[in-house]
Design a protein around this ligand. Structure first.
Ligand SMILES: Cc1cc2nc3c(=O)[nH]c(=O)nc-3n(C[C@H](O)[C@H](O)[C@H](O)COP(=O)(O)O)c2cc1C
Length: 187
């Protein structure tokens, strides 16, 4: 079977807690981001951008996540706050994909959003092809304006997701996949 098709057939998400270093070196990461940004993009708007989060940046954002969670849930215990602190520090590299979709005279916003999803998936596939494991996650902080401000998103920008990249510590069993008969209509 063709290697790309085989990869698509067997790829599994790997939770960030199971992704260890080393992550992609800077040049390799650039290569992955270049591959990720080569997506269908109606109107050549490039309605997306990347946030690269490594090391100290992940710890700094983690403190903001913990502080925001503590403000919303004053009874949160130390273990719960640690969960927030570690959100973006477990995998060696986390790439945030920002959607810059906005009203356009010709290109529907929906198509711009889909293009950002394609960027995420291209990054997932490219990183897996390069031998890494990945997880594409959003979680609450992708939808919290306080966090988006801390990440430097403009008011119209949204998070398409965070792609966590590292080396899988373990292999995961598969999960059920939809039957083609349930999702295919031949017209
Ligand atoms: C936009 C988007 C956001 C997601 N956010 C989360 C999330 O916040 N938490 C989560 O457990 N899974 C999330 N997932 C699902 C995982 O990426 C993944 O699909 C799931 O863990 C199943 O793994 P698989 O890729 O091996 O099928 C999200 C998927 C998408 C497409």
């Amino acid at each position: 079977m063709n290697a790309t098709i085989a990869l698509l057939h067997k790829r599994r998400s790997v939770p960030p807690a199971l992704l260890e270093g080393p992550g992609p070196a800077p040049e390799q990461l650039d290569d992955l981001l270049r591959a990720a940004s080569r997506v269908p993009d109606h109107g050549k708007l490039a309605p997306w951008r990347f946030l690269v989060i490594e090391g100290e940046a992940g710890r700094r954002i983690g403190e903001t996540l913990a502080a925001t969670h503590a403000a919303d849930f004053p009874d949160a215990d130390a273990a719960r706050l640690d969960v927030e602190r570690q959100r973006l520090t477990q995998a060696p590299v986390v790439v945030g994909v920002v959607s810059r979709a906005r009203p356009h005279v010709k290109i529907p916003e929906w198509e711009q959003v889909l293009s950002a999803g394609a960027v995420c998936m291209n990054l997932v596939v490219a990183a897996n092809a390069a031998g890494f494991g990945t997880s594409w996650l959003t979680e609450w902080y992708s939808y919290d304006r306080r966090i988006l401000d801390a990440l430097g998103l403009e008011p119209f920008e949204t998070m398409a997701g965070f792609v966590h990249i590292g080396h899988p510590r373990d292999t995961l069993s598969d999960r059920p996949r939809p039957d083609l008969a349930d999702i295919v209509t031949r017209l």
